[in-house]
Design a protein around this ligand. Structure first.
Ligand SMILES: N[C@@H](CCC(=O)N[C@@H](CS)C(=O)NCC(=O)O)C(=O)O
Length: 371
């Protein structure tokens, strides 16, 4: 997905906190003192130089929390959490691994130092490119979906991921670039929301159509796929889908009972085809739905595992529904805990009362006997 938006890299966009830190470092406090007493200045010069202050973090999120992943991606849409397969891949992976992350609402303002999305920030460092993100975060958190795969399966996975990312992806990017109207309608794209703009959608759509079509077509040509006819490209897409459908076979996931990186990549790309709204004509989607039932079931399986909040995401377009859910759950937990504690306390009070009554009972009997 590509949109004509302000393209600022990490290097030219300094977070206010970083700017503030720079100001503090630059403050000429020592110089003022030196001017007041030249003798002291001489003594001062002999002192070993203070170690340089550490550079401010080169990230947008200056007030980051340790070991929380900050994900920069595209805005949500009503059909998919992301129209970028690479962003969806990273988010799906993070969710399957249960790693704490937060989507940063940047309204498509930022790109990585490499000029693309997605990128993440972790502990003050930027990591760009979906594969690099998964590999580096995997090392950091000790999380690898492919850990139990044999060398042969790893090779197979590598080959299929390459087919999807370097071939099949261009088949649907070609369709998007040739049919921007259908893309806007079929993906229910709301550019006003995506860009956080106040310009009318009609204007934004027009700009999007012109730039996205032109840029997309250029990229598909440069890749090589774009020299073929629309029919030929559709056939390439069908062939790739068939390879995946046959390879998955009767398995729940490509390599057995648990999802691996290949399942994540398949999910993030094929959902870009499968979930285009039926309101628009789309041959490859229709072919997929008619001829790839196993792959379609795999999409549902991963969607349910990784995105239990899918409906909430696609209806509210909220970037961090998972965090809100967590908050709700922990509030519910603490309320339940509180409730249980109050229950326990009242039981203790009740028990104490009972004990007291029991202790008082013989006294009462004695008193009665006395009277
Ligand atoms: N190899 C990269 C590909 C990422 C990519 O192609 N991102 C596209 C969106 S899908 C992008 O950021 N294009 C530039 C733009 O839209 O401004 C990865 O795996 O992350």
């Amino acid at each position: 997905m590509s949109a004509e938006v302000e393209n600022k890299s990490v290097t030219d966009e300094k977070p206010p906190a970083a700017e503030e830190a720079k100001k503090i470092v630059d403050e000429p406090v020592v110089e003022k003192k030196e001017a007041a007493d030249p003798k002291e200045k001489k003594e001062k010069q002999e002192e070993p130089a203070a170690p340089p202050a550490p550079p401010p973090p080169r990230v947008h999120k200056a007030d980051f929390q340790k070991d929380v992943v900050y994900l920069y991606q595209f805005s949500r849409t009503p059909v998919l959490p992301s129209l970028s397969p690479y962003c969806l891949k990273v988010e799906t992976w993070l969710r399957l691994q249960g790693i704490k992350y937060e989507n940063v609402d940047h309204k498509l303002k930022f790109r990585s130092a490499k000029g693309q999305l997605p990128f993440v920030e972790l502990n003050g460092e930027e990591i760009a490119d979906s594969a690099a993100i998964i590999s580096k975060l995997g090392q950091h958190f000790g999380a690898d979906l492919d850990t139990n795969l044999s060398k042969d399966d790893k090779n197979k996975s590598h080959a299929l991921i390459s087919m999807i990312e370097n071939h099949l992806c261009w088949v649907y990017v070609y369709w998007r670039s040739k049919n921007p109207d259908a893309m806007i309608k079929g993906c229910k794209l709301n550019l006003q929301h995506a860009l956080g703009s106040r310009m009318p959608n009609a204007v934004l759509n027009l700009v999007f159509k012109l730039t996205y079509s032109r840029k997309g077509a250029k990229k598909v040509k440069a890749h090589g796929l774009g020299v073929h006819s629309a029919e030929e490209i559709l056939e390439f897409g069908k062939e790739d889908l068939q390879v995946l459908e046959d390879t998955l076979g009767e398995n729940d996931f490509f390599f057995g009972e648990k999802p691996t990186n290949l399942d994540v990549v398949v999910f993030s790309h094929l959902s870009q085809i499968a979930y285009v709204d039926k309101a628009v004509e789309y041959d490859l989607r229709d072919h997929f739905l008619e001829n790839c039932p196993k792959l379609n079931a795999l999409l549902t399986r991963i969607k349910e595992r990784a995105f239990p909040d899918w409906d909430e995401i696609t209806s509210t377009l909220g970037l961090n529904t998972h965090i809100e859910e967590e908050k709700k759950d922990s509030e519910k937990d603490s309320k339940e805990k509180e409730g249980k504690e109050t229950e326990k306390e009242s039981e203790v009070i009740k028990d104490e009362g009972k004990e007291k009554d029991e202790k008082e009972e013989p006294k009462k009997e004695v008193d009665e006997a006395k009277s």
